[in-house]
Design a protein around this ligand. Sequence first.
Ligand code: GAP
Length: 493
Amino acid sequence: MEKQVKNEQMEKLTSLCKRRGFIFQSSEIYGGLSSTWDYGPLGVELKRNVKNRWWQDIVISREDVVGMDAAILMHPKVWEASGHVANFHDPLIDCRNCKARFRADKGVFYFKCRQCDYNFQIDNGLISTAQDFRKYFNNDMSAADVEHYKGSNCPHCGGQQTVDLEKLLCPECGSGNLSEARQFNLMFKTHFGPSEDSTSEVYLRPETAQGIFVNFDNVINTSRMKMPFGIGQIGKAFRNEITTGNFIFRSREFEQMELEYFVKREESQKWYEYWVNERFNWYLKLGIRAENLRLRPHAQEELAHYAKACTDIEYKFPFGWSELEGVADRQTFDLDQHNQVSGKKMTYFETETSSHIVPAVVESSAGVDRTILTVLADAYWEDAEHDRVVLRLIPQLAPIKVAVLPLVNRDGMPEIAKAIFHDLKRFMAAFYDQGGSIGRRYRRQDEAGTPFGITIDSQTLEDGTVTLRDRDTLAQIRIAKDRIVKVLQEKIA
Ligand code: GAP
């Protein structure tokens, strides 16, 4: 589970992102707007590369998936039908002593054994319900340890099912003078049109998925897809999160990459397993190390009432194992709901049986920003041997593919380098740098994750060859100037 602790690794990453122009705090000159982030020149390229890769792999390269792009503002009924108005809540507690406001699971919990009075405390926002409790300890403790707490065996006397939650205290001041938990809806509200009364209230969408469901009929009528088929979408989503933090992991404005895959009800299990597998492998293809990825199937009591199954793809972030993506078998819930509330048909005509059926849906819901954090955290490498920090991004994701550097700022080297740079720019993201020592220029590119460096030196003047430097191995080879584009294209592909 994600813990809001100061984390050296996260601080290094955040600082690199700022230093190199990946990610900045939003509205920084006004003191920043918490939990909103701006992507700088390198960040925007990395983000585009991640989204392009998803779009390519999930939409373009597949014959059974089409894409779409729905509006962020949708009819308020959408959110009634989807259940977000009634259920998209977090429990919020007010401290009457220091006025702090915190999510119920972020308090300080005191447990006590009914049998031997042994008591112990857990703080730092670890748990509130039995379900969250298990989730946290599954990540950080052995399965046996989990059984020691809450409604379970006492870690002291071994009493069976004897541990109770005794009191809850404010995480800020430690007071027990707290309000009851009240439900706080996470959707951002705004007003549509010039009047600001309740009839003009609309929401910023908290997920992209509903834009797909409400267009289900439009898409099947126009694209003539045959089941099983999917609709993919990438776009912004907004949640007024109570607990934010851990850099871009949980923010109030973020992007999702969602696929809704429509299948025959009796085949949903098969497709659910298929997509769990596909999506897990997708992260491996992004270069994420297998030991830092895992699948966490949800326990039965953790599932939303309509979901038949759900698996989180988790990454071992510097602050602990946390969700990167969710894959769920949502059955016919979404289409049924929209059918009921809108009165419009949400069915697929099955030619083999000549009947209209409501398909089940298997959803893959990934966060763009979380994928970026994953990619950056996994690529971050302190190369002590060569005294440098390197982002070992795969070339396809790297914001800059190649840096072109004249060894010195004279003897015609900058002119040759510029010509090569302009030639390369027609084919890939390239960067030209002639300022400072060559070592320092390489190090800047290593931190930016640039996989290749081209250096123009005195030998270039003699025989027209340049050095090609590999970021990770530091190996340098000489290649002819006119082969640079081809060699790099091959390496990047
Ligand atoms: N349609 C299903 C859905 O939205 P979710 O688990 O609430 O499911 C899916 O969100 C993904 O969206 C998460 O796995 C995460 O990657 C991303 N996400 C959700 N809330 C986020 C937030 N506040 N900040 C950044 N990413 C978030």
